[in-house]
Design a binder for this molecule. Structure first.
Ligand SMILES: C[S@@+](CC[C@H](N)C(=O)[O-])C[C@H]1O[C@@H](n2cnc3c(N)ncnc32)[C@H](O)[C@@H]1O
Length: 193
């Protein structure tokens, strides 16, 4: 992991309840995308899922093959306290970059922007490795200039540099249904392997 953004750092954010990114519900762009999914057996990963409201929403809607990976043990403890019927073994506490497995769909939300920008190329490569053939990486990326983060911003032009090498870019456009505080600052994207 880059610089000091390690498990200790993220755990302390959960322990101290300093969760500026946590909106407390499944975000509208991801919820709308989930609502049009048909195959409930699809194996789904939410990396850097944190309090994982989207995983809860998926699971409650019959997508029982949903997994979360997060480096923060406290995020898992909090998630299972809130949503105790979620299978404990499907919330993996480990570094995303060391995760093994194959998924049909990976959902991105405020995980990419939480990583040090030096890891962006590795993120694209790891996503490629974790997706089954024809699998999709879908979600939102911030669309504001890169500054000291997290969150670390970026642009469509920059993001395409990482992803074009591995994926077909089905969509990467201004997000029309962002939650109000993120309006105008997000790109919705859908990539396929
Ligand atoms: C900004 S938070 C976003 C949480 C969640 N996606 C949300 O929207 O509320 C970033 C999350 O990524 C996790 N994280 C950071 N680096 C990670 C890594 N290398 N592997 C797995 N999780 C990581 C953190 O613990 C944190 O929960």
């Amino acid at each position: 992991m880059g610089d000091t953004l390690d498990a200790k750092y993220w755990n302390s954010r959960y322990e101290e309840n300093r969760l500026g990114w946590d909106i407390g519900y499944p975000s509208t762009p991801l919820k709308s995308y989930i609502e049009q999914l048909e195959d409930q057996s699809i194996k789904i990963l939410i990396p850097g899922g944190g309090n994982a409201y989207e995983a809860e929403y998926l699971f409650q809607n019959g997508f029982s093959n949903t997994y979360v990976v997060d480096v923060a043990q406290t995020a898992k403890v909090n998630f299972l306290k809130r949503f105790s019927t979620f299978p404990e073994h499907q919330f993996l506490v480990q570094d995303f970059f060391e995760l093994k497995g194959q998924f049909g769909l990976i959902l991105e939300q405020t995980f990419f922007c939480a990583l040090h920008p030096s890891l962006r190329k590795a993120y694209a490569q790891k996503m490629y490795e974790l997706l089954k053939p024809k699998g999709k990486l879908v979600g939102v990326l911030f669309d504001f200039p890169l500054d000291s983060g997290p969150p670390f911003g970026g642009s469509k032009t920059e993001y395409l540099q990482y992803f074009e090498h591995y994926f077909t870019i089905e969509l990467m456009e201004s997000c029309y249904n962002s939650i109000p505080p993120r309006k105008g600052n997000e790109l919705f994207f859908r990539l396929s392997k």
